[in-house]
Ligand binder design. Structure first.
Ligand SMILES: [Zn+2]
Length: 300
């Protein structure tokens, strides 16, 4: 029997499993539709693991990424948009079904861990991972391990207010979380789209700007400015060795060209050397990071 790592990405519509070798090679990958009920989901994950292990003659650690979190107070899933997981002890039920410990973390944590372990931020000690997509998530990895914290919210920056607001930014808009002025309302994909005349989706904006559309160019400039202010605040508090960006907006060039140029206005250091990195593993970061929930440096 060979020991590797299994990573599972538990998405709303599909469940993906990989077996990851220590050198980062994916030696097996399977996808199946998510049955979208709790008991069937436990059964599907169990069958995927059993099939993957018998096919490869391996025995593995198991990590699972979910679109939600396990409450440190109740031990139950909450805030999952795969709502059939909510209020269930998903990690414990899976561990019982698979007869071994199972680690479960949210998508942003898996993303950051993937990129810090063998992605764009490899070799950096303290890594701040950012997801800019339909929402605005974040996570912190130090020496290859996630920082979680007593509330398990370390790195979750999306519902802090946009710092150093300009007249353009005010008044602070309300957010679904109950606060006003949350970063998510300025720098996530829907906010970028809403900030550009005629855009239905944020992905339309960079090509429009490249074609000379002044509305798109101005929207990207505001987005770079706001993102830089938000990241400057992270640098002032955490001073990470690298920041890596994932999610639907992470292919936009202004994040890597304009944002670094704008950071020094608000970072209190004499110079800013923090690299802002484009992710390496793209859509595979979630499933790869789930596998890395069992770090190489840690005994099983
Ligand atoms: Zn909010």
């Amino acid at each position: 029997m060979i020991n590797h790592r299994i990573g599972i990405d538990f998405g709303g519509t599909k469940i993906e499993i990989i077996i990851l070798a220590p050198d980062g090679t994916i030696i097996l990958r399977r996808r199946t539709p998510n049955p979208r009920t709790y008991d069937a989901a436990i059964q599907t994950v169990t069958q995927l693991v059993q099939a993957a292990e018998s096919e490869t003659n391996t025995q593995n650690t198991i990590g699972v990424g979910i679109p939600g979190a396990i409450s440190p107070f109740t031990g139950l899933v909450h805030n999952a948009n795969s709502v059939w997981l909510n209020d269930r002890p998903f990690d414990r039920d899976l561990a019982a079904a698979l007869s071994r410990p199972v680690r479960v973390e949210n998508d942003a944590n898996c993303f950051a861990l993937s990129e810090a372990s063998d992605g764009a931020a490899t070799g950096h000690r303290v890594v701040f991972g950012v997801i800019l997509g339909t929402g605005c998530g974040g996570a912190i990895v130090v020496d290859g391990k996630l920082i979680t914290g007593p509330h398990r919210i370390a790195g979750e920056w999306g519902h802090n207010p946009l710092p150093w607001p300009t007249p353009d930014d005010l008044p602070y808009p309300p957010c679904f979380c109950g606060n006003t002025g949350c970063l998510e309302r300025y720098i996530a994909g829907p906010a970028l789209a809403a900030d550009c005349d005629g855009a239905h989706d944020a992905s339309e904006i960079p090509p429009r700007a490249a074609a000379g559309d002044p509305h798109a160019t101005a929207a990207l400039a505001r987005h770079a400015d706001r993102t830089a202010r938000a990241l400057a605040q992270i640098i002032n508090v955490l001073d990470p060795d690298a920041i890596v960006i994932g999610g639907g907006l992470s292919n936009m060039d202004h994040l890597y060209t304009e944002v670094p140029r704008l950071l020094p206005r608000h970072v209190i250091a004499q110079r800013v050397v923090t690299p802002i990195l484009r992710n390496k593993h793209g859509d595979s970061s979630g499933v790869r990071g789930a596998a890395w929930l069992w770090p190489a440096t840690e005994s099983k």
